[in-house]
Design a protein around this ligand. Structure first.
Ligand code: HEM
Length: 412
């Protein structure tokens, strides 16, 4: 199992979060709630010269306005990095997330059947069996007196296993997939040449999987994507590869982070943990509240043309981060926005995005998150953090979640 180091930045440490921010600085995700809170009060749209120019709106209103504005902002590239992909709009390299209207609508429609609520519900038993086997392995480690980690031993394995099964990819390649996702989402402020090489490695792997499915078709999502037609024709291999890459990237780090953050909350808030264990009927509202309070996904856009955004002179091809997690913490949108209320009744959070790109995998994400939390607290009703909050290692970049989360289970 690989534990990834933060990338070596070509920019160096951040000096000021309002004028020089960098979401790939390890201090950003660790302190994100405080940084967003301060920016919201002082500078609701921050700017940094890094990555060729990047804007960071932090209010719900500005994040929503940009997410809905597909004229002034393009999704051609959605991960801020030292390399801007050259795939042109409106398709981009990983449809539909990199696509703009009108193409986006048609590309998105292809993915609706395999991610429908009914299709996803069929996965519940498999997710539960997987969680049991991971928890069995954790119990064995505890019995042997070894330390256990809720991110490394549990959360990180669940989404990668499920999406690999859906795609019909070798389950033993899970470390390779996590490596891809790490390269794409975390190694964003490194040397551009290394980033380009990592994309070439990913493309070669995906094309080999497509060839394997061509030679041995089977009943899985990869074969579905190779058979499905758009405008009366099958998809070219590079588009099949782009959609698969999106599913790997969108499906793995996001849900792993959501599971990890939920367990982090329960490990550090014993009252909420005891309450949820005692009253499982709170699970639905608790899961939605964890998604609101610890939303893992910030997406990005490129500015499509020079324009003024509420006094900010945005220039074509500058980046704009869309921190849905910051929008979820805006007191102008949510009462008691800074409190985690596991019985919150009204909760129209933006964890799954706003506008036309709203998450297509939300049924699967909610299923994995709910089952993972249910099974974890059923097995370990009285777990807690092992050490202090400083022993928790957070991801870097646009997906926020714990990457190392040491826990201990008293009396075991
Ligand atoms: C807790 C877990 C997840 C969260 C918080 C999340 C969040 C998001 C967000 C915020 C977007 C909007 C992107 C944008 O505006 O540019 C998005 C899009 C998307 N997500 Fe998720 N996601 C999660 C899990 C998943 C899973 C498990 C899958 C599938 C395997 C998935 C597939 C997608 C796809 C295909 C899109 C693109 C939709 C489009 O462009 O029309 N997501 N997700």
């Amino acid at each position: 199992m690989t534990v990834y180091e933060p990338p070596v930045s070509i920019y160096g440490p951040v000096t000021d979060w309002a004028t020089d921010f960098d979401h790939a600085d390890p201090a950003y995700n660790r302190n994100a709630h405080a940084i967003w809170g301060e920016l919201r009060d002082t500078c609701p749209v921050a700017h940094s010269d890094r990555y060729g120019g990047t804007w960071l709106p932090v209010t719900h209103e500005t994040v929503r306005e940009i997410a809905y504005d597909t004229e002034n902002f393009t999704s051609r590239a959605v991960v801020v990095s030292t390399v801007v992909p050259d795939d042109p709009a409106p398709i981009g390299g990983a449809p539909p997330i990199t696509s703009d209207p009108p193409f986006h609508h048609d590309a998105r429609r292809l993915l609706l059947p395999p991610f429908s609520p009914k299709k996803i519900a069929e996965w519940e038993d498999e997710v539960r069996i997987l969680c049991h086997s991971l928890l069995d392995a954790m119990e064995a480690k505890i019995a042997a007196g070894e330390p256990v980690d809720a991110a490394l031993d549990y959360a990180q394995h669940i989404p990668v296993n499920v999406i690999s099964r859906m795609l019909g990819f070798p389950l033993e390649d899970d470390d390779i997939f996590r490596g891809f996702v790490h390269d794409i989402l975390e190694s964003i402020n490194g040397e551009p040449e290394e980033r380009i090489r990592s994309f070439e490695r990913i493309d070669a792997y995906l094309l080999a999987q497509i060839e394997d499915h061509r030679a041995n078709p089977r009943d899985d999502l990869t074969s579905y994507l190779m058979d499905v037609e758009m405008y009366g024709e099958k998809l070219p291999d590079n588009m099949v590869g782009g959609v698969i890459l999106l599913l790997l990237v969108a499906g793995i780090d996001t849900t792993w982070s959501a599971i990890g953050s939920s367990i982090w909350h329960l490990a550090t808030h014993a009252d909420d943990r005891r309450r949820l264990v005692a009253d499982p009927s709170l699970m639905t509202t608790a899961i939605e509240e964890f998604l609101r309070a610890y939303a893992p996904v910030t997406m990005a856009r490129l500015v499509a043309k020079d324009h003024d955004f509420h006094g900010c002179p945005m220039k074509k091809d500058e980046w704009v981060l869309l921190p849905f997690p910051a929008a979820n913490l805006d007191p102008a949108e949510f009462a008691d926005a800074d409190k985690v209320l596991i019985d919150r009744q009204e909760n129209r959070h933006a964890a799954f995005g706003l506008g036309i790109h709203r998450c297509l995998g939300s049924n699967l994400a909610r299923l994995e998150l709910r089952v993972a939390v249910e099974e974890f607290i059923a097995r370990f009703p009285d777990f807690e953090l092992d050490g202090t909050v400083d022993d928790v290692v957070w991801s870097v970049g646009q997906i926020r979640g714990p990457r190392e989360l040491p826990v201990r289970v008293p009396n075991r």
